[in-house]
Write a protein that binds this ligand. Structure first.
Ligand code: NAP
Length: 333
């Protein structure tokens, strides 16, 4: 298969490139060439800023692809140049979206036809991200209806796995536990979180590619099981073979803290139904949290470790601040 990956040098996109390469596909990446990555041999590169319509048009004019994976689209203006350049010339365009587009739901699991966010209900701290991703989806589905642009949309919950550049996620728990820190848990630890391993997302791209029944549709691409906050922390500590001591903090207290102490959506449980992806495209996630975390920790020990982990202030709007956590532990622990 001749595949163009938009992005492809970081985490989700990079894992997709690795899975494509293992299976011998013909891979080209389109990005600005700023993010450094150790790519499989044979991967071709197009150095373009996707926001520049002239550049995108010129570079893609002389190229032919069967399938395009758009891993790094966040605004309609980043999509328009690609749609203009590729419309009528490809079989399939798969767009990476997010489960953050769903409105808070009292009914679980959340299916693809459930209500989406509005300016009022968008998740705090992720408002712009969720609303703009939703606008991207709507734009692409309109292009499908009006021009036959062959799009499929994947919505994923929190992604974890090897090569995660967001050290604030699982990497921060590896650091806390190796340093013998107590772990702050919001509420009673029973809130349900839903994740997906990056390599399961990668396999979903491959399995969906070229399937006509996937066109014009949205699919939840998640793990087939969810886990409580307690379960998440316990699985990590068991994977590391390190004892964990948890400190539960009342929800009201957590909400009134100056800084966040937990970086996944903890105020309400989330669980996304993947039966449409199973039935329509044959998606089968391989990783449960135990196996996925073992796989991730092995990579982390080899490639990051405590000294290679960086909590960069302001990077994601939810900084890990271990000194602040110590202060909270002293007050509430
Ligand atoms: N991580 C999660 O928990 C999660 C959950 C749900 C959905 N998602 C979605 O998953 C996707 C993947 O995120 P990610 O963290 O793996 O990667 P990302 O940060 O979205 O993308 C990075 C890639 O995009 C390229 N890039 C950035 N700006 C560009 C531009 N203007 N023109 C061309 N290329 C550009 C980068 O290379 P250069 O810097 O060299 O250009 C790099 O290859 C996103 O769409 C995100 O919304 C993630």
């Amino acid at each position: 298969m001749k595949v163009l990956v938009i992005g492809g040098t970081r985490f989700v996109g990079l894992r997709i490139v690795r899975v494509l390469a293992e299976q011998g596909h013909n891979i080209t990446l389109l990005n600005r060439g700023k993010t450094k990555a150790d790519l499989p041999s044979g991967v071709k590169r197009l150095t373009v800023d996707r926001r520049n319509p002239d550049e995108v048009g010129q570079v893609l004019e002389s190229q032919d692809f069967e399938v395009v994976y758009d891993i790094t689209g966040y605004q309609i203006k980043n999509l328009e140049p690609l749609v203009a350049a590729l419309c009528g010339r490809i079989n399939h365009y798969i767009f990476q979206s997010t489960c953050a587009v769903y409105a808070p739901s009292e009914l679980l699991p959340i299916r693809e036809n459930f209500p989406t966010v509005t300016e009022v209900t968008a998740p705090a701290g992720e408002e712009t991200y969720a609303l703009e991703k939703l606008q991207c989806e709507q734009f692409l589905l309109r292009m499908f209806e009006e021009k036959g642009f062959p799009v499929t949309i994947f919505r994923s919950p929190v992604v974890y796995g090897p090569e995660n550049w967001m050290d604030e996620r699982e990497g921060s728990y590896f650091v806390r536990l190796l340093q013998g820190r107590r772990i702050l848990v919001p509420g009673n630890g029973a809130t349900v979180l839903h994740f997906v391993h990056a390599d399961d997302v990668a396999r979903a791209y491959l399995v969906a590619s070229g399937q006509k029944r996937a066109l014009g549709k949205i699919f939840n691409i998640a793990s087939d099981e969810a886990i409580t906050i307690d379960g998440y922390i316990d699985t990590i500590s068991e994977t590391m073979n390190v004892k964990v001591s948890k400190v539960y903090v009342e929800p009201q207290v957590v909400c009134n803290l100056k800084r966040p102490i937990f970086f996944f959506p903890w105020e309400r449980s989330s669980f996304y139904d993947i039966s449409r992806a199973r039935d329509d495209i044959g998606y089968r996630p391989l990783f449960n949290m135990e196996e996925g975390m073992r796989h991730t920790y092995e990579w982390w020990l080899r490639s990051r470790g405590v000294h290679g982990t960086r909590f960069i202030p302001g990077k994601m709007g939810y900084d890990v601040d271990l000194a602040y956590e110590d202060d909270v532990l002293a007050r509430y622990g």
